[in-house]
Design a protein around this ligand. Sequence first.
Ligand code: NDP
Length: 296
Amino acid sequence: MIGHLLDGKQFASNLRGKVAGHVAELTRTHGITPGLAVVLVGEDPASQVYVRSKGKQTLEVGMASFEHKLDAGTSEAALLALIDRLNADPAVHGILVQLPLPSHLDSDLVINRISPAKDVDGFHISNVGLLGTGQKAMVPCTPLGCLMLLRDHHGSLSGLHAVVVGRSNIVGKPMAQLLLGDSCTITIAHSRTNNLPEICRQADILVAAVGRPEMIPGDWIKPGATVIDVGINRVERDGKTKLVGDVEFGSAAAVAGAITPVPGGVGPMTIACLLANTLTATCRAHGLPEPEGLTA
Ligand code: NDP
C-alpha cells in the first residue's frame, strides 16, 4: 500500500459528532429535536440491518427516531397514507423509505409522495431536478459522502477529470452531478461503455459504483489518482463471507494516490450523511441557518 487511505469510518464518526453538537444546540436554544422516520416494508434481511443501524445512530446524535415496520403484503394505498401522515407530522423532519420495496409497490410513486423538504434520501424528482440544475437540494447520502471525502482530501476539485463507473439514480448519476457542481470534467461509464480500462486510466478521480466484486484492477488506474470505491459485495473466501468493493484493493492501492477501503470507506459515510441531511432539513423547515459543511 503506497496510496493514502481515505478513512471513511473516522470521517463519518467526526461528522456524526458535528451533527450531534448542532442537534444539542438546536434543542437547547430553540426546543427543536430533529426527527427521522424510517419506513421498512417486508423482511429483507439486509434492509432490516440497515434500518436498525439507522435507528441506533439517529438516537446517538440526539435526534428522535420513528420506525415504521410494515408487513410485506402492505397495500400501496396504506403505504401512501402513512407517508401522508408523516409529511403532515411536525415532529418528523426527514422521511426515508427503505429500498428495495416489494415488487407490487411502485417505488417511484412512493418516493415522489414524500414531501421534497423531508426527502432526506434526495430521491424525489424535485430534488433530482434541483441538484441537476445546481440549486439547493436534498442530496443523496452516498454520493454526498463521497464528495465530502474528496473535498477533504483535495480541497478544490476544479478541473480534475472524474470518471464515474455506474449510472444508477442512487449513486452514479447524482455523483456525476455533484462532481460537475465542483467543476470536475466528467465521464460516466456503464455496462455498454467501450474501452472501459482506457477510460478509467484517464481519471484523476475514479468512482466505482457497479456492484461487481473487484472488477477494477490496479492497472486500470492512473498513478496517483484518487479512487472512491462505493461497491459493497459479499464474497466467499476460504470458507468465510467477506466484504469487498468494486476495486481490487491490493493492486489499486499500490498505484492510487488515495483510496477508500471496503469496508470502512464510503459505507459509514452514508448513514452519517443521512443524519446530516435530517439536520439540514430541520433547519430549513424552521427557517434557521444551516450549519456549514453538511451538504453539497
Ligand atoms: P445498480 O445495480 O443500480 O447500478 C450499477 C451500475 O453499474 C449500472 O449503471 C450498470 O450499468 C453498471 N455496470 C454493471 N456492470 C458493469 C460493467 N461490467 N462495466 C461497467 N459498468 C457496469 O447499483 P447501485 O448504483 O445501486 O450500487 C452500486 C454498488 O454500490 C453496489 O455494490 C451497491 O451495493 C453499492 N452501494 C453502496 C452504498 C454504500 O452505502 N456504500 C450505497 C448504495 C450502493 P447499466 O446502467 O448499463 O446497467
